[in-house]
Design a protein around this ligand. Sequence first.
Ligand SMILES: [Zn+2]
Length: 95
Amino acid sequence: MSIDAHGHSADEHGGADCSATLLRLYEYLDGEMTTTDTARIKAHLDECGPCMQQHDRETALKALIRRACACEPAPTELRMRIVQRITTIRIETTD
Ligand SMILES: [Zn+2]
């Protein structure tokens, strides 16, 4: 019988313990788990503050990564302005 961070056995609430939850957090966030496993992790997160905090951190991190990867190319107008600025600087410095 495994003992979790709160000092009671994981089997007590019939859910996953902390290490099992954190170990499978990415699977949970990616929705790669079975409905049963997802419910078990969710039940643990609902009653375990530290695991919920870790869950929130990973969720924020994933959102950040997703936003960084989905970066749109600079609008044409902005790109042209940058090119013009570079050209202007080059003309000024070669003089
Ligand atoms: Zn926990």
